[in-house]
Write a protein that binds this ligand. Structure first.
Ligand code: ADP
Ligand code: ADP
Ligand code: MG
Length: 447
């Protein structure tokens, strides 16, 4: 078993991983930036090392400093969390070369799935249904025009290296194609340092349903069921749930089976998520694979009772999965809400600052993953997500009631948050009656 893990992340996910380490008797080392000297992950870890100034590229993305810290502190492994270096194949490769276990898949698999158009091609060859679109990247305006005419409008232009909901544009009218094509190309270059673009059919009114898989280094793979992440703002998830109300048991089984088949054929190991779009007729299409732990992993933990971070660590230690598919039972229903330091009335502008009054909710079936505390200064340099509320109810109705109760109880003073916005979603008739798709927030709230 791994003995000492460097956690190359911050915020709630770093705290989440520290807790898993502690429960397993594993030593934790965290890195932090100068802006994070007073952060909870620094206080809770067994060891903490400041590796640079606030900007991510000087600290949480500073591969050299991170590797040096891991070596100097005697870590045998690195957990990247999500965001930052979690999907950086070069980082995984450096870890490998230096003899530090990267807690995740191989650099080869990160690379393959990190390029979303290559990933689609690979999945298509395995027999996974994919969203219709270009075969690989589109390199000229003329090619973009021809392919879009062939698949029919609306189409969606996507950055091959995109992530976090960025580098995506819908084109409804063929007269706008060339203009949008060049905009996405430019955005992709700036945000991802890679201007490759691919084109897909825009699936109308879909649900986002993803399958969580776990696979070990010995060829065993299981599915932990699905998560429905259709409540999104600008292609970024806001509220997630499991089970999904958009599919039935038959489709659920088909999606799980195909996800397992894919990871087995790829020889993929560790945790991974295969994202699909599901249309009104329950046809499902592969969209992308995230080769890391996901923000919304706790909803799966609530209904399966399986600790995904611990499983990642065990898999990286070379252990066999201790569960077979038959052991996986989905109990009840779970919801997650992402609390962001942002102002919904000011176009969701991030709102860093000092928290000067805090009450964190609790209760039966209520879990709060956060790194905030009273007096904590939310820095301006990083992602605005400051907490996740995860609830577990016997069914969706009870989950919604619990989530509303927990949100109403949550007091965060000194900064603006999206708490009230989340409450409005939970009160929305269409949401409550499961009559929604990925355009829900845009349509109902005009944002
Ligand atoms: P999830 O499916 O886990 O919700 P997200 O797409 O929200 O995944 O990404 C998780 C975190 O990683 C977010 O903080 C997001 O901003 C960040 N992230 C994901 N992909 C990228 C990327 N390519 N570049 C920068 N940040 C990213
Ligand atoms: P990211 O890497 O940023 O997570 P994804 O490819 O997973 O990007 O897409 C993010 C979201 O954008 C999806 O969850 C979905 O809501 C929307 N989306 C992406 N592709 C399509 C499509 N072909 N048709 C309709 N919506 C799409
Ligand atoms: Mg995605």
């Amino acid at each position: 078993m791994l003995k000492k893990i460097l956690i190359a992340n911050r915020g709630e996910i770093a705290v989440r991983i520290i807790r898993a380490c502690r429960e397993m008797g594993i030593c934790s080392v965290v890195i932090y930036s100068q802006a994070d000297a007073n952060s909870l992950h620094v206080k809770l870890a067994d060891q903490a090392v400041c590796i640079g100034p606030a900007p991510s590229n000087k600290s949480y993305l500073n591969i050299k400093a991170i590797i040096e810290t891991a070596c100097l502190t005697g870590c045998d492994s690195i957990h990247p969390g999500f965001g930052f270096l979690s999907e950086n194949s070069h980082f995984a490769k450096v870890c490998d070369e230096i003899g530090i276990k990267f807690i995740g898949p191989t650099c080869k698999h990160i690379d393959l799935m990190g390029n979303k158009s290559k990933a689609k091609e690979t999945m298509k060859n395995i027999g996974v249904p994919v969203v219709p679109g270009s075969d690989g990247n589109v390199s000229t305006e003329q090619e973009a025009i021809e392919i879009s005419n062939k698949i029919g409008y609306p189409v969606i232009l996507k950055a091959a290296s995109g992530g976090g909901g960025k580098g995506i544009r819908i084109v409804y009218d063929k007269n706008n194609l060339v203009k949008e094509y060049n905009i996405v190309k430019q955005e992709a270059k700036i945000s991802f340092n890679d201007d490759s673009i691919y084109i897909e059919k825009f699936i109308q009114n879909p649900r986002h349903v993803e399958i969580q898989v776990l696979s070990d280094e010995h060829g065993n793979a299981i599915s932990l069921g699905e998560r429905d992440c259709s409540i999104q703002r600008r292609n970024q998830k806001v509220l997630e749930e499991t089970p999904s109300m958009a599919i039935n048991d038959d489709v659920r089984k088909q999606m799980g089976d195909i996800a397992i088949k894919a990871v087995k054929e790829l020889g993929y190991h560790n945790a991974g998520t295969i994202e699909f779009l599901v249309d009104k007729n329950m046809n499902f299409y592969f969209m992308e694979m995230n080769t890391r732990l996901q923000v919304e992993h706790p909803v799966t933990e609530m209904v399966t009772g399986i600790d995904i971070v611990k499983e990642q660590i065990k898999i990286a230690s070379g252990e066999n999965l201790e569960y077979t598919q038959n052991d996986i039972k989905i109990i009840g229903h779970s919801l997650e809400a992402r609390i962001n330091a942002e102002n919904p009335d000011k176009n969701f502008m991030p709102c860093p600052g000092i928290i000067n009054g805090l009450h964190i909710p609790g209760g039966n079936g209520i879990r709060i993953d956060t790194a905030i505390y009273d007096g904590y200064m939310v820095p301006q340099n990083y992602d605005s997500m400051i907490a996740k509320i995860i609830v577990h109810g016997k069914d969706r109705k009870e989950s919604i009631a619990k989530m509303k109760s927990a949100l109403a109880e949550f007091v965060i003073e000194g900064i603006d948050t999206n708490r009230d916005f989340l409450l409005k979603i939970l009160d929305n008739e269409k949401y409550v009656t499961n009559n929604y798709d990925t355009s829900f927030i845009a349509k109902e709230f005009n944002v």
